[in-house]
Design a protein around this ligand. Structure first.
Ligand SMILES: [Zn+2]
Length: 239
């Protein structure tokens, strides 16, 4: 293990192989993950062990995320949609734990220095607030880092992921994560959630709403195909 300064507690300690999106999500992948990154050759650690950062935080600080990660593992058991259409799955969740999963993944991605997460940079103000929420187990108000979710009828391409990235949803800044057939979008903006998604954001004492979407016509698939194509091109040029 690396000895270094933990980005969470600030102490000099052995730093673990810190997963940002938890390893349980990567176990869903087969033995040989697909080439899903534009820089596949630069991700030598992209295996079933997941994507991790060995320069981030210590074993004690990793425990901060355990309850959130354990709760979010229920997402992995949800059935894939068999149909196409604007149907919504309602899943009983603990609002505090699930919301803090999304909040903490965003914060972890911000803290990480590995390339897969390099498009996630929320700025000092949000980084401080996300830290405070995670450490205090404060899930925040409904509009604070509001999050909504989609699931695709993705079939065999479930073992694919895109580097999380900022998106503007009707001018409102959000970060989009896509992995194991799910997309979740977390708002990082003081403006309210765009009206079209306001009905499906997470709310206390209500089920998590997972909107089922068609994979073939999704933007995520287009992005993924672009990524795969770029990988092939870069391989051809470097071969
Ligand atoms: Zn620490």
């Amino acid at each position: 293990m690396n000895q270094g300064i933990c980005k969470i507690c600030g102490q000099t300690k052995p730093l673990i192989d810190a997963h940002i999106i938890p390893m349980s999500f990567f176990r869903e992948f087969g033995e040989v993950p697909k080439q899903y990154s534009t820089k596949a050759n630069e991700y030598p650690r992209l295996t079933r062990r997941g994507i991790y950062d060995s320069n981030c935080w210590c074993m004690d600080c990793e425990q901060l995320f355990k309850d959130y990660d354990d709760h979010a593992a229920l997402l992995l058991k949800l059935p894939q949609p068999k149909f196409v259409g604007d149907k919504t799955l309602r899943v009983q969740v603990d609002y505090q734990l699930m919301k803090l999963f999304f909040v903490s993944v965003l914060w972890r991605a911000h803290l990480s220095g590995v390339r897969f997460y390099d498009k996630v940079s929320v700025g000092d103000f949000h980084a401080a607030r996300l830290r405070e929420m995670v450490l205090n187990r404060d899930a925040g108000g409904v509009e604070e880092y509001s999050t909504w979710m989609f699931q695709f009828n993705i079939g065999d391409e479930r073992d694919s992921a895109l580097p999380p990235h900022p998106v503007r949803v009707i001018r409102v800044l959000c970060y989009r994560f896509f992995i194991v057939g799910f997309t979740w979008v977390t708002k990082v903006d003081s403006r309210p959630t765009p009206e079209i998604y306001r009905g499906i954001i997470m709310r206390p004492n209500e089920p998590l709403q997972v909107r089922r979407m068609d994979w073939q016509t999704s933007q995520e698939r287009s992005l993924l195909l672009g990524a795969v194509q770029n990988t092939t091109e870069s391989r051809n040029t470097t071969a």
